[in-house]
Design a protein around this ligand. Structure first.
Ligand code: FMN
Length: 193
């Protein structure tokens, strides 16, 4: 977008949005505890339906446990996801879906609110990581059943995603293509399919 004074300069937040990439090559360098804490804190501040805050984060940084997690998650069919094991930390995104009014609301509305909440909190974390120079990748392509077993996740928790966290060894320069603004948003009419 531009005005008569020429294009607006990107704000710091816009630069974070524009610079973020899903990273698939990590350095072994550890994540500083205060940076990890800041990422989790960013997730903690996220909004959620009825303020249920369904998110729980299992921080896997113990090398033995991380190896067991990787072996369970990224075996066979899922071996393309093995890059995540290089990261010094793998976050396991778990949810405690709401009960009572929020569960009923979800059912009536036909929208699983707790998954929306998880996406928002996860992306808060991702953007905070980006600001701190860290790298992440949302991951849904792994063996859910085996991860549950390897980490002994109790039935009351929904396993939502994995997220490697660390420093990028290599950052892709170009962003995977995005739809145009006109392709995703429309004033006063339904956007294109
Ligand atoms: C819910 C979700 C699940 C994803 N699962 C994976 C995955 O299993 N493996 C992977 O390499 N990338 C995964 N991604 C990353 C996407 O491929 C990536 O966000 C998309 O291609 C756009 O690239 P960018 O994030 O670099 O802009 C996932 C992203 C999301 C939001």
């Amino acid at each position: 977008m531009s005005d008569e004074k020429g294009p607006l300069e990107a704000t710091p937040f816009q630069r974070i949005l524009q610079g973020r990439r899903s990273i698939r090559r990590f350095l072994p360098a550890p994540v500083e505890p205060e940076k990890l804490r800041a990422c989790l804190e960013a997730a903690r501040l996220a909004p959620s339906a009825h303020n249920v805050q369904p998110w729980r984060f299992m921080v896997v940084d113990d090398p033995d446990l991380k190896s067991r997690l990787a072996a369970a998650a990224f075996g066979g069919f899922y071996k393309g996801s093995l890059f995540a094991a290089q990261a010094p930390v793998i976050l396991v995104l778990l949810a405690r879906p709401g009960r009572g009014v929020v569960r009923l609301g979800s059912r009536i509305q036909g929208v699983p609110f707790f998954l929306l909440d998880m996406g928002i909190a996860g992306e808060h974390l991702v953007l905070q990581a980006e600001e701190l120079g860290l790298a992440t990748c949302w991951m849904g392509w792994f063996n859910y059943r085996r991860v549950r077993k390897a980490l002994d996740i109790p039935p009351g928790f929904k396993l939502v995603a994995l997220m490697p966290l660390g420093y990028a060894e290599k950052r892709p320069r170009s962003q995977p293509p995005r739809r145009t603004l006109e392709g995703i948003a429309a004033f006063n009419k339904v956007p294109p399919e």
